[in-house]
Design a binder for this molecule. Structure first.
Ligand code: ADP
Ligand code: MG
Length: 279
């Protein structure tokens, strides 16, 4: 008797969280990963697929639904993803030149779970700006970083948003020595000193001593979904880039009003408590 044909399956090397519609083009070897994303190259060598670690259902369970449905079977989009899609559009006119072209893609994975992927132009990374402590050698790289910081400043003024520059590999130089922001899933509003002060009681002793949890008081976006004070970490990173990678005078950079939140005493106390938490 002839055995019935096996159902068609994709390469066993493919991770099951890969998109169905892109599975035949996807190479199952991780190109990079972070806390939120796994990134796989496509066979064309020009593009990558960004695969969120969490399905939309997991994100909805943690953070709620946006109430929006997509695809024929009416799969729901999480509020997290909706915010990411919205931010991606909003930042485009400010820092679009530094973000690899990105196309969001709603699809089921190979196990039938709904995820919100994106296709992104592949970046050939030559330097992770997070681990760089030297002044950038090439003039065109310094120019690129100067423009990036200038545009981030404008975006921060207009939208209040900052990218996540804290993570490894988030801000890099590509093979042309130009700045690219590859991590595009974690833009946050920076809390002002006044907003933070308005959330804190006069006496922080109970919080410092650990009897009460400071996180309950913090304004939205002060920490991200992983509990990291991402706005503050990014601001410190930007200042470091200006001083170290661009070789600007520290005294002048420290006078810059954008960095004012970094010198607030109560903010320091809060950040120290969060660091204690994270340790
Ligand atoms: N377009 C890309 N081209 C090349 N590598 C990429 C690209 N996007 C992401 N990566 C790699 O994957 C890693 C994880 O992506 P990232 O967007 O930072 O995810 P997460 O939000 O989880 O930190 C990056 O640090 C980088 O090494
Ligand atoms: Mg990252």
């Amino acid at each position: 008797m002839i055995a019935p044909p096996l159902p068609f399956t994709f390469s066993p090397h493919l991770p099951p969280q890969v998109s169905r519609s892109r599975a035949t083009e996807c190479i199952g070897t991780l190109l990079g990963s972070g806390a939120r994303m796994e990134v796989y190259p496509l066979v064309d060598e020009q593009m990558v697929i960004r695969v969120p670690r969490r399905t939309e259902q997991q994100l909805i369970d943690e953070h709620g639904s946006s109430g929006r449905k997509v695809m024929a079977a009416g799969h729901e989009v999480s509020s997290v993803t909706d915010k990411e899609l919205h931010d991606l559009e909003a930042i485009e006119s400010f820092i679009g030149a530094f973000v690899p072209d990105t196309t969001p893609l709603a699809d089921l994975d190979l196990e039938g779970n709904f995820r919100y992927y994106s296709l992104q132009r592949r970046v050939r990374v030559t330097l992770d700006l997070r681990s760089n402590t030297e002044r950038l050698e090439a003039r065109h790289s310094r120019h690129s970083l100067e423009r990036f910081i200038r545009d981030i400043r404008d975006m921060h003024k207009a939208l209040g948003l900052l990218p996540d520059l804290a993570g490894k590999g988030n801000l890099v130089l590509d093979r042309y020595g130009l700045v690219k922001l590859v991590d595009i899933n974690n833009f946050r509003r920076l809390t002002t000193n006044d907003e933070l002060a308005a959330c804190l009681p006069a006496d922080l002793d109970d919080y410092v001593l650990g009897f009460r949890d400071i996180r309950r008081l913090l304004p939205r976006d002060f920490v991200d979904d992983l509990g990291l004070p991402i706005g503050d970490l990014t601001l410190a990173r930007l200042q470091q880039l200006e001083i170290r990678a661009l070789g600007r005078d520290p005294a002048t950079v420290e006078q810059d009003p954008m960095y004012e939140p970094l010198y607030d005493q109560r903010r320091h106390v809060v950040l120290a408590m969060l660091r204690g938490d994270m340790a």
